[in-house]
Design a protein. Structure first.
Length: 114
């Protein structure tokens, strides 16, 4: 069972590492199931079809996810950092399950999961 704050959060930040060892940080939407966090690439136009976050995750799968909440009342601030290994799911049952979980949380249907 996940902390209710995590399941209520809509946006996280995912950090990957580029070929030069520099962090690459992007906002993501996500869904949680068990010890897995799923994210997706949406259908909005991108500058390139080869997304840096996907290429980084394939080459160097160690990622960090930051889920946080900000309010003017600093007593209500919180954050959680998750570290793990990313996998790019291009096909298969797990990809289909991830897409179902994500579309239950996010109105637009994603194309790819990572």
């Amino acid at each position: 069972m996940h902390d209710a704050r995590l399941t209520a959060a809509w946006v996280a930040r995912m950090a990957t590492t580029d070929p030069h060892g520099r962090p690459h940080l992007v906002p993501i939407v996500f869904a949680l199931e068990g010890d897995m966090l799923y994210s997706a690439v949406d259908r909005k136009p991108k500058r390139s079809s080869r997304l840096r976050r996907i290429e980084n995750a394939r080459a160097r799968p160690e990622v960090t996810i930051l889920i946080d909440h900000y309010e003017e009342d600093w007593g209500r601030l919180w954050w959680t950092r998750l570290r793990g290994r990313a996998r790019v799911l291009n096909q298969g049952e797990e990809r289909e399950r991830a897409l179902i979980l994500l579309t239950e949380r996010v109105p637009s249907v994603p194309q790819r999961t990572a």
